[in-house]
Design a binder for this molecule. Sequence first.
Ligand code: SF4
Ligand code: SF4
Length: 212
Amino acid sequence: MIITKQKELDKILEKLKNRKNIFIVGCAACATKCATGGEDQVQALSVEMSKHGLAILGSMVLDTPCDIRVVKKDLARDDKAQKAESLVLLTCGAGVQAISSVLEDKELVPALDTMFLGTIERLGNFHQFCSLCGDCIIDETGGICPVTRCAKSLVNGPCGGALKGKCEVNSENDCAWITIYDKLKKNKTGIKKYHNIKNNAAVNKPQKVKTR
Ligand code: SF4
Ligand code: SF4
């Protein structure tokens, strides 16, 4: 799931100075689970913006704003969205760009910051366990990602600096390699191959992937 956080209200209002006819778009998927862009947050933002004298034409929570087909089917056909001058988007960056590619003549005001691909511990409590490197090796490491969870992204074993199981770089975190070792001991497997140092520069570059 994509983890987002809301931008400060003042920053959003600043972008909307003197704008008329604003439409707010939320996300029923990740941003709803993050409690940053679901129905409740769309309504709350609408109330706040009205209090500041902005005219809200309407709002919509799209099932998946990151899906261009959904944007074309649901948002692009909405009369109020069509009439709006500015769209305020409570979606991740993928959603903003899907909407941008369809509604080309609208001013878009993203209201969320996109943080990372998250694993949910409980709602509102997310972990970054994967950096989307595109060359996954966790079949060798007990399903635990050293690229992301080791502060030095070491892929062949620990640095040796851990203290009482905690990482020497950030003592709030468990040492990823001790976690990996414990896991491999429990499931009685082991690391079988040496990995070349990963080119982490490849992480987070814009890319287009065709899967079929
Ligand atoms: S190695 Fe880590 S960062 Fe790369 S895809 Fe696998 S889990 Fe994600
Ligand atoms: S202490 Fe463990 S997690 Fe921290 S940098 Fe060293 S190997 Fe990586």
